[in-house]
Design a protein around this ligand. Structure first.
Ligand SMILES: [Zn+2]
Length: 415
């Protein structure tokens, strides 16, 4: 089946990327930057133009809208589609000049505003599947903003398609656009009840056909070593340096595994990312990651044992270990609702794609939403080289993502 929406997602995307929506982790406001509100308000206007009368923005900037079910499908569970409007704080998103490289054939794509930047197939294996497609890049000075304006444009294009094709059966459809995902606050004030969906999908992933249904479970750990200070000239047999205890602890961490630099795929790690302090007191801050929450418990026990072992020979020294939950693997929630994945898989196939499952070695807004009562796996949006001036997407992949959204709506409606 071919949908005649080829230009809709891409033309929207080319407009949305010109809005500067970079988020800022140092900001105390919500959303963190006013530029995000400009686009979010614009999306409300565009939804209203599509006939989505109840599109609204709340005090935090969350845009929510609902497409009513087609006749006879009112009892189908309400399904949500969510994307974030902000772009990474790490690379400028101001004055983005998108360039469409038509009919890609494997040639080098030179970014004209910084010709030292060249998108080469040899460095980007994912470009191999893109021959014949129209590739969109930025001009060399900024990121593109495909993360996640691809998702925004695809959801808008799908809404437009459903609004103009009342013959396609679907249950109640909810649309959500959120700020501040890139600074980890995307779901901070998200009102799951007001959104009104039973299940949802974020559109915020890379490769065509990919489905992300699991992510790390994550904890933070603070290991505080307390030593004993004395005048260093008269410290013999008395001083116990917390600096040395902390160093010894870090030194004894596993060398050949369990670290960010030695793991991939399903392997978890422990990561000392900050160390600070003095002789009396030194603190090691750690990240713990594992796809199984019980794997986090094992890692926490291993670190606690190690820390206690380090101070044991010194009666005047001690150690305190604090552990805080960061986020959890959404699979723990999604496993209870296999139909959410099944519909995504079936829709991907109906769009002519092979479903590919990939695990996220990090967190995601969908994981947080899943534990807030809204089971939300992540779908591809066609994002590549995100947070980089070499970011790119493909017009045809965006259209595929729109097709997957439509097929998901249709599938839940039993059509
Ligand atoms: Zn994103």
């Amino acid at each position: 089946m071919t949908h005649p929406f080829t230009s809709s997602a891409a033309s929207r995307f080319l407009r949305y990327v010109t809005f500067d929506t970079q988020s800022d982790e140092r900001s105390q406001s919500y959303p963190s930057t006013p530029g995000q509100l400009v686009l979010l308000n614009r999306l409300v206007d565009e939804l209203k133009e599509l006939g989505v009368a109840d599109a609204s923005i709340d005090q935090y900037g969350y845009v929510m809208a609902a497409l009513p079910a087609t006749p006879g499908k009112e009892q189908v569970p309400a399904i949500g589609f969510i994307a974030h409007v902000d772009t990474s704080p790490e690379v400028s998103g101001a004055n983005v000049r998108p360039i469409v490289h038509k009919n890609y054939d494997g040639r080098d794509l030179v970014l004209p505003d910084d010709p030292s930047l060249v998108l080469r197939e040899a460095d980007n294996p994912e470009l191999k599947g893109q021959h014949g497609h129209d590739i969109i890049t930025a001009s060399g000075l900024t990121l593109l903003g495909s993360d996640d304006k691809s998702g925004v444009a695809e959801i808008m294009a799908a809404a437009e398609y459903l609004a103009t094709h009342p013959d396609i059966p679907h249950g109640p459809i909810k649309i959500g656009f959120t700020p501040d995902e890139e600074v980890g606050r995307g779901t901070q004030y998200f009102d799951v009840t007001r959104f009104g969906a039973r299940f949802a999908y974020t559109l915020d992933g890379p490769q065509c056909g990919e489905l992300e249904i699991e992510n790390f479970s994550a904890d933070a750990m603070t290991v505080t070593f307390k030593g004993f200070n004395a005048h260093p000239g008269y410290a013999k047999g008395r001083m116990v340096s917390a600096v040395k205890l902390a160093s010894e602890f870090v030194h004894r961490l596993p060398r050949h595994g369990l670290s960010p630099e030695t793991t991939q795929g399903y392997e978890g790690y422990v990561h000392p990312h900050t160390i600070e302090g003095g002789v009396e007191r030194s603190v090691v801050k750690m990240l713990l990651r594992d796809f199984a929450t019980r794997g986090l418990d094992e890692k926490a026990r291993m670190l606690t044992d190690l820390a206690e072992e380090v101070v044991r020979p010194f009666p005047t020294a001690s150690v305190e270990v604090e552990r805080h939950e960061s986020y959890r693997n959404m699979k723990e929630v999604l496993d209870r609702y296999p139909e959410v994945i099944e519909h995504a898989k079936a829709a991907t196939k109906r769009a002519g794609l092979t479903p590919l499952f990939r695990q996220i070695r990090g967190g995601t807004d969908g994981a947080r939403l899943s534990f807030m009562g809204l089971p939300t796996p992540n779908l591809f949006a066609g994002e590549h080289n995100i947070h980089s001036r070499l970011e790119w997407t493909s017009v045809q992949d965006m259209d595929k993502a729109v097709e997957v959204i439509i097929e998901i709506c249709r599938g839940w409606a039993g059509a």
